[in-house]
Design a protein around this ligand. Structure first.
Ligand SMILES: NC(=O)c1ccc[n+]([C@@H]2O[C@H](COP(=O)([O-])OP(=O)(O)OC[C@H]3O[C@@H](n4cnc5c(N)ncnc54)[C@H](O)[C@@H]3O)[C@@H](O)[C@H]2O)c1
Length: 136
């Protein structure tokens, strides 16, 4: 099970490393994406939400990076900033209705629309029940 999970997470991570095996560029130009769980838990490989956010930004999307751990979302934003992409980090616990409303409102305020929603937040490999809000 652990080996399977590592392969899954490495799969998206490899896409980040290799540019997805194809030329990266403009497939998401003018699109606005919300990625929930855009930070990551520390580990050997890049987190899925972080990898998705980087790939979306490389394709031209503006990305709202939502995570219950703002510091981790900010790290993802720094990575996107360094590559010249556009992103905004936002602290939100997706198990709370008020936070869901706040993050969509912030996205529309900042970028005017929402085209893509990735609800990636969850308990990744190695996490334990009770570590994240709503878990356990
Ligand atoms: N890692 C794997 O191999 C694997 C395999 C299959 C499925 N998944 C699923 O993919 C998703 C991401 O996995 P990962 O290993 O990249 O995880 P990760 O732990 O590295 O990243 C998940 C992020 O979600 C955030 N998060 C957790 N609860 C949240 C909440 N309530 N509100 C907002 N943010 C929250 C965490 O702070 C973290 O930054 C999970 O749903 C996981 O179950 C992972």
């Amino acid at each position: 099970m652990i080996a399977q999970e590592k392969t899954f997470r490495n799969g998206i991570g490899n896409a980040v490393e290799k540019g997805g095996g194809r030329e990266m560029g403009k497939r998401l130009e003018s699109k606005v994406a919300i990625v929930v769980g855009a930070g990551q838990t520390a580990g050997d490989t890049i987190g899925n939400g972080r990898a998705i956010s980087l790939l979306f930004a490389r394709e031209g999307a503006k990305v709202l990076l939502a995570d219950c751990r703002l510091d981790s979302a900010l790290q993802t934003k720094e990575m996107i900033d360094r590559e010249g992409g556009e992103a905004l980090a936002f602290e939100a616990d997706i198990t709370r209705n008020a936070d869901c409303r706040a993050l969509t409102e912030r996205c529309v305020d900042k970028y005017g629309r929402i085209d893509i929603l990735v609800n990636n937040a969850g308990i990744g490999a190695g996490a334990q029940a009770g570590v994240f809000p709503g878990a356990g």
